[in-house]
Design a protein around this ligand. Structure first.
Ligand code: NAP
Ligand code: GDD
Length: 322
C-alpha cells in the first residue's frame, strides 16, 4: 500500500487530493492544525475511512513535520498548506512569509532528513507571474509577483528547485492557475459570487459587494487539478509544470455568467463596488499554457469555464435552499 502525506488536508485541494488518493488505494496521512473548534468540514465525509489518518502539526513547527515523516516513511509528500488568500497577505505579510515561504523549506528539510526517498510536490502558483512578462504564461515565463503572497510563493518555488538540484530530491513544483469548486473558501471571488447570486435568487440578500471586476483569471476545476499533482509524482523525473485551462475570463464575466445560471436577468442590479476589496497592487491578467503537462503527463482539464460556473452556482442554490 502506497503512503502519502498531505499538508493542508483540510483545505479545498487537500480534501480533493485525499479523496483521489484514497480511491487509488493509498494510505493517506493528513497534517492538521489544532484549532479551538474543529474545521474538518471538507473532509468530514472521509473521516470514517480507516486509510485516512490525521496528524497534528504546523508548518511553523519543525519537529511536528520531521517526526511524523520519520515514522511514516511516506512514498509521496504533498505540500499544500499555506496562507493562501492574496488579500490577507497585505494585512499579515510576515505570517504569510512564515507559512507560505519558510514553511516550504521546513517541510523540505523534514523530507531531506527523515525520508529523502519520498517524492515531493510543492503547490506553486500563477500568482508568481503577477505583472505578466509574457502571454500566455509557461514554465519559462519570468516571475514578477505583485503581493506578499506571490513573493512568498516565489521563495517556495525556488527553494523546491534548489533542493532538487542540491540534494537530488525528487521535488516537483506545480505552477497551478486559479482553480475553484464548491469547496472553495467563501472569501475567494468565484465562491463569493456563486454564493451571493444564489442567496439573491432565494431572497436572502439583495446584492454582492466586490472590488475590481476587470482582472482576468484562468479558472479551472480543483478536482481536475489535484489529478495533475498526482501525475507529476508518478513520473521518472522530477520537473515543474504549468497547470491551466488556457482560457481567461474577467471577474465581470464570471459575475454575468453566475447571474445567468441563477436566473437573475440583470447582473448590474446585483452588484455594488466596494473599494475595500480593491488590492494595493493587482494582477490584471493570467492565462496559462499547459502544453508541457499535456505532452508529458497526458493531463488536460475536463471542466471549462461555463461548466465550472454551473457546478458552483447549482451547489450554492442547493445548499442555500436547505
Ligand atoms: P486553502 O483552501 O486555503 O487551504 C489551505 C490549507 O493550508 C488548509 O488546510 C489550512 O489549514 C492549511 N494551513 C494553513 N496554514 C498552515 C500552517 N501554518 N500549518 C499547517 N497547515 C496550514 O487552499 P487551497 O485552495 O486548497 O490551495 C492549496 C495550496 O495550493 C495552497 O498552498 C495555495 O497557496 C496553492 N494554490 C492554490 C491555487 C488555487 O487556485 N486554489 C492556485 C495555485 C496555488 P486550516 O484548515 O487549519 O486553515
Ligand atoms: N477575493 C475577492 N473578493 N476578489 C475580488 C473581489 C472580492 O470581493 N472583487 C474583485 N476581486 C478580484 C481580485 O482583485 C482578483 O483580481 C480576482 O478577483 C481573483 O481574486 P481571488 O479569488 O481572491 O483569487 P486570486 O487570483 O487573488 O488568488 C487565487 O489564485 C491564486 C493563483 O493565481 C488564490 O487561490 C491563490 O492562493 C492562488 O495562488
Amino acid at each position: 500500500m502506497k503512503k502519502a502525506f498531505i499538508t493542508g488536508v483540510t483545505g479545498q485541494d487537500g480534501s480533493y487530493l485525499a479523496e483521489l488518493l484514497l480511491d487509488k488505494g493509498y494510505k493517506v496521512y493528513g497534517l492538521t492544525r489544532r484549532t479551538s473548534t474543529q474545521n474538518f468540514a471538507r473532509i468530514d465525509h472521509l473521516m470514517h475511512n480507516e486509510n485516512l489518518e490525521l496528524i497534528s502539526g504546523d508548518l511553523i513547527d519543525q519537529n511536528s513535520l520531521t517526526y511524523p515523516l520519520q515514522k511514516i516513511q511516506p512514498d509521496e509528500v504533498y505540500n499544500l498548506a499555506a496562507q493562501s488568500f492574496v488579500q490577507t497577505s497585505w494585512d499579515q505579510p510576515v505570517l504569510t512569509g512564515e507559512f507560505t515561504a519558510i514553511g516550504v523549506v521546513r517541510i523540505l528539510e523534514a523530507v531531506r532528513l527523515a525520508c529523502p526517498q519520498a517524492k515531493f510536490y510543492q503547490a506553486s502558483s500563477s500568482e508568481m507571474f503577477g505583472k505578466v512578462q509574457s502571454v500566455p504564461q509557461t514554465e519559462e515565463t519570468p516571475f514578477y509577483p505583485r503581493s506578499p503572497y506571490g513573493v512568498a510563493k516565489v521563495y517556495g518555488h525556488w527553494i523546491t528547485v534548489n533542493y532538487r538540484e542540491s540534494y537530488d530530491l525528487f521535488a516537483c513544483s506545480g505552477i497551478l492557475f486559479n482553480h475553484e469548486s464548491p469547496r472553495r473558501g467563501l472569501e475567494f471571488v468565484t465562491r463569493k459570487i456563486a454564493n451571493a447570486v444564489a442567496r439573491v435568487k432565494l431572497g436572502k440578500q439583495t446584492h454582492v459587494e466586490l472590488g475590481n471586476l476587470d482582472s482576468k483569471r484562468d479558472w479551472g476545476y480543483a478536482k481536475d487539478y489535484v489529478e495533475a499533482m498526482w501525475l507529476m509524482l508518478q513520473q521518472d523525473r522530477a520537473e515543474d509544470y504549468v497547470i491551466a485551462t488556457g482560457e481567461t475570463h474577467s471577474v465581470k464575466e464570471f459575475l454575468m455568467a453566475a447571474c445567468a445560471e441563477a436566473g437573475l436577468p440583470d447582473w448590474e442590479a446585483v452588484y455594488k463596488h466596494n473599494s475595500a476589496y480593491d488590492r494595493p497592487a493587482e494582477v490584471d491578467l493570467l492565462i496559462g499554457d499547459a502544453t508541457k503537462a499535456k505532452e508529458k503527463l497526458g493531463w488536460e482539464p475536463k471542466v471549462r469555464f461555463d461548466e465550472l460556473v454551473r457546478i458552483m452556482v447549482q451547489a450554492e442554490l442547493e445548499k442555500e435552499s436547505e
